[in-house]
Design a protein around this ligand. Structure first.
Ligand code: HEM
Ligand code: HEM
Length: 125
């Protein structure tokens, strides 16, 4: 794996380890209040990043564009900001709500960018 594909794979593994540590902590403490954080870290983090990694691995032409770099950084920065701010928001820090909201929009924008990158590549293949 190279370039953006490898970046997404490393990000996926980091999400999986952090999300599982949080899951184990939730189980041991019997405090499931961070469940939405765990769910998004595991599914929107680990699983989605792994899908992006394998997509860019299978379609090398797509990963060599500058847009693919923008897609990686927008997904990584908005996704990590989303789950970290959601963790503290659920912990009672309500001032973080705008940060969670803006990072959600960034994460959505990254997905729309991925559609723009991936659909023409898949249609040509
Ligand atoms: C070390 C492994 C894991 C532990 C200890 C763990 C623990 C937990 C716990 C305690 C909950 C809360 C359940 C509840 O309150 O109803 C939960 C929910 C959840 N977990 Fe995990 N989990 C693990 C791995 C995973 C993995 C690998 C995934 C997905 C790839 C995942 C996805 C989810 C999702 C989506 C929910 C929310 C389910 C719902 O909406 O009811 N978890 N997990
Ligand atoms: C723009 C980004 C997203 C926003 C703003 C968002 C928002 C939400 C909200 C408000 C809930 C309900 C939480 C609750 O009732 O406690 C939720 C649940 C959930 N979302 Fe998302 N979501 C986003 C992206 C995603 C993505 C990309 C995935 C999967 C690939 C996903 C998977 C889930 C799952 C599995 C649940 C149920 C777990 C739970 O109840 O905590 N979400 N999401």
């Amino acid at each position: 794996m190279q370039g953006v594909a490898r970046n997404f794979f490393v990000l996926a593994i980091a999400y999986a380890i952090c999300g599982m540590i949080l899951g184990v902590h939730m189980g041991m403490s019997h405090d499931h209040s961070p469940m939405p954080v765990h769910a998004h870290v595991m599914v929107a983090g680990w699983l989605m990043s792994a899908v992006f990694a394998f997509f860019y691995h299978l379609f090398p032409a797509a990963r060599e564009t500058r847009l693919a770099q923008v897609h990686f950084w927008l997904t990584a920065v908005s996704g990590v900001t989303l789950v970290v701010s959601l963790f503290f928001l659920l912990g009672g820090n309500e001032a973080l709500e705008p940060v969670t909201g803006i990072s959600s929009l960034g994460f959505l924008a990254a997905m729309i960018l991925f559609a723009w990158i991936a659909l023409p590549v898949v249609r040509r293949a």
